[in-house]
Design a binder for this molecule. Structure first.
Ligand SMILES: Nc1ncnc2c1ncn2[C@@H]1O[C@H](COP(=O)(O)OP(=O)(O)OP(=O)(O)O)[C@@H](O)[C@H]1O
Ligand SMILES: [Mg+2]
Length: 150
């Protein structure tokens, strides 16, 4: 089962992130993949704002993992694009059990360590303002979530 949703503007992407955030739960894992500039960070920022995080969310490309305190739970925002440059184990898998939400940009690069149950979101650039979101839930919790909000 997968869902295809077309976003025609930043606002529509924000709305999609808000809808998914409304069904958040501890240890939720959202895996983002898509080309440079497709909207992974935009989605993460909108999700963070919906979580009540007011900090300026920056792309964690050089830090790999950034942690934010939301109103009800934490957000772990990761960007694993440069992970292969880092020659040490930074314990990514530990973050999957820290009771927050994990959003991972370029998650396809670490597919072998991703949890079995998760929400995969692939973003395709159609034109300047149009993005196609292909959303694939893995596991019943994520399937139910998609049924409710997509
Ligand atoms: N419908 C849309 N949804 C999301 N972003 C859009 C949309 N239309 C245009 N954009 C623009 O696309 C860009 C997305 O940039 P963003 O940094 O989120 O991409 P990214 O996937 O994180 O890239 P990178 O791989 O470099 O980290 C922004 O400049 C945003 O304004
Ligand atoms: Mg990004």
């Amino acid at each position: 089962m997968q869902y295809k949703i077309t976003s025609y503007s930043e606002d529509e992407t924000i709305e999609l992130a808000q809808n998914i955030e409304s069904e958040k739960f501890p240890n939720m894992v959202i895996c983002l993949e898509g080309d440079l500039g497709s909207g992974k960070t935009m989605f993460a920022k909108a999700f963070a704002a919906a979580l009540g995080i007011t900090d300026n969310i920056t792309s964690p490309t050089f830090t790999i993992i950034k942690e934010y305190e939301g109103a009800e739970m934490k957000l772990f925002h990761m960007d694993v694009y440069r992970l292969s440059d880092i020659k040490q184990d930074i314990g990514i898998t530990e973050y999957f059990n820290k009771k927050g939400v994990c959003i991972i940009e370029w998650a396809d690069l670490i597919e072998d360590i991703l949890p079995k149950n998760r929400l995969d979101i692939r973003i395709k650039i159609k034109d300047e303002y149009t993005r196609q979101f292909i959303i694939k839930p893995h596991g019943s919790k994520y399937e139910d979530l998609c049924e409710r909000v997509l």
